[in-house]
Design a binder for this molecule. Structure first.
Ligand SMILES: [Zn+2]
Ligand SMILES: [Zn+2]
Length: 439
């Protein structure tokens, strides 16, 4: 088996891995870079009008032969599949440029998340023929046998993959952690994957980072409840709409304080879509205790454009709360907010003096999108609190994974510091971008 990392050897984001056996190849992830070649935040807007050839030339698309350009006909492609680990853009953001002839393998809930977030951003998004895999169920793809393992990560429905071919085994961790709401995931992985894998391709977002993991999601939930209890007025919580673990933390914190949990109709539909998937996850959809739904105009028009509004009204309408309803319950409300809801929030009388909990990575705070919300909070003299925990594994967790899987080669990915992996374990092989490693 051959392995190459086309992006992600020395960076966080834009992950793309290729595995090959003879002429047969598969790809894992096709992410949008987070940082450009100039070291600045990567802005895809600059390249939006370009076609695949130009994007390859500009280095926006990773240099993967056969992945993006064919001769126009539906000829046999040596790339037998693209596996998508989870619904974070840094893992699937360039997917729409991948040739249609290549089948996409992904979790059912991952696809639902991708579809709805595209509807919100107005992006056109279709996957012609998605193939859904399930946790722990092996499937064949060309000369490879792939077993997906559900991981604990800030994105819902995130997977790592065990890829086997001709007696060789590669484990791709994807993004993961052990302090979220699914602590049983790693023990299950250790029970099912025999030690001595030929290669462990391991994410290392926190390797060499100052950020420490001090909070589990449950501890965060308790701290959120404490903030809510001491807040005399509404509590607005800002977190990524895709971070379902965090949503559950705030929902439970709201229940602990006997408050209403208010979400917008987009978030409500996202949860409904997840709950409809085959694994039926227990997520707090409308109808759950204390859940209320708001219908901001801008979000409704997006849903209408996407053909989802009628369904949303039918499923969420009876749980609707309006400005007056919120005003009348200010001391009883925990509301999930995002910058796109500022216009709605402006119309709630008496929001002054409420609390705004910032619950995502601090690095986003200065981005224009996020800054609008924080500025709005300050304008309204909101009490601003910071409460977050990372979606990624601590160095201690990484060490534990290495100790249990005893890889013959430990391969850094999704990290700024591959050179520090030697402090985590032995047999480190630092690959350069595109370099092929024979296993
Ligand atoms: Zn990532
Ligand atoms: Zn991720």
């Amino acid at each position: 088996m051959r392995l190459a990392i086309h992006r992600g050897t020395h960076e966080i984001g834009g992950s793309c891995v290729e595995l090959g056996n003879g002429a047969c190849r598969i790809l894992i992830d096709i992410g949008m870079p987070l940082v450009g070649s100039d070291g600045e935040r990567f802005e895809f807007r600059k390249y939006r009008g370009l076609d695949r050839e130009a994007l390859l030339k500009e280095g926006v698309l990773p240099d993967v032969y056969d992945a993006f350009l064919g001769d126009g006909r539906n000829e046999e492609c040596p790339i037998k599949g693209l596996l998508v680990s989870h619904a974070h853009l840094d893992h699937y953001g360039l997917l729409k440029y991948v040739r249609e002839v290549i089948p996409f393998y992904l979790g059912e809930a991952t696809l639902r998340l991708m579809e709805l977030s595209a509807a919100m951003t107005g992006e056109k998004f279709t996957i012609g023929n998605p193939r859904h895999f399930e946790h722990g169920v092996p499937f064949e793809c060309g000369r490879f046998t792939i077993t997906p393992f559900l991981m604990d990560h800030s994105a819902f429905d995130a997977y790592g993959f065990l890829v086997e071919s001709d007696g060789k085994r590669v484990l791709y961790s994807g993004d993961f952690r052990s302090h979220g709401r699914k602590p049983g995931r790693l023990p299950e992985l250790f029970a099912k994957v025999m030690p001595g894998v030929d290669a462990l391709v391991l994410e290392g977002t926190l390797v060499g980072s100052e950020r420490d993991v001090t909070l589990t999601e449950e501890q965060l939930e308790k701290q959120a409840a404490a903030i809510i209890k001491k807040s005399p007025k509404a509590v607005c919580a800002y977190f990524s709409a895709q971070n379902i673990d965090r949503l559950v933390s705030f929902y439970k914190a709201a229940l602990r304080s006997d408050r209403l949990f208010v979400m917008d109709v987009y978030l409500a539909m996202l949860l409904i879509r997840l709950a409809e998937t085959k694994s039926h996850p227990q997520v707090p959809v409308p109808g759950f205790k204390n859940v209320r739904v708001i219908f901001p105009q801008n979000i409704c028009s997006r849903l209408r454009k996407h053909g989802v509004l009628d369904e949303a009204i039918a499923k969420c309408g009876q749980y609707k709360i309006d400005y007056a309803g919120i005003e009348g319950n200010l001391s009883r409300v925990v509301m999930a907010v995002r910058p796109s809801m500022i216009d709605f929030m402006k119309q709630i009388p008496g929001l002054e003096g409420s609390t705004l909990i910032y619950s995502t990575w601090r690095g986003y705070e200065k981005d224009a999108y996020c800054k609008r919300l924080m500025d709005f909070g300050r304008e309204k003299q909101m009490q601003i609190e910071y409460l977050h925990t990372t979606g990624h594994a601590s160095p201690e967790t990484l060490k534990e994974v290495i100790k249990r899987l005893q890889p013959k080669r430990l391969i850094p990915i999704h990290t700024l510091h591959p050179e520090l992996y030697s402090m985590l374990g032995d047999n480190v092989v630092q690959l350069q971008r595109g370099e092929a490693l024979e296993l």
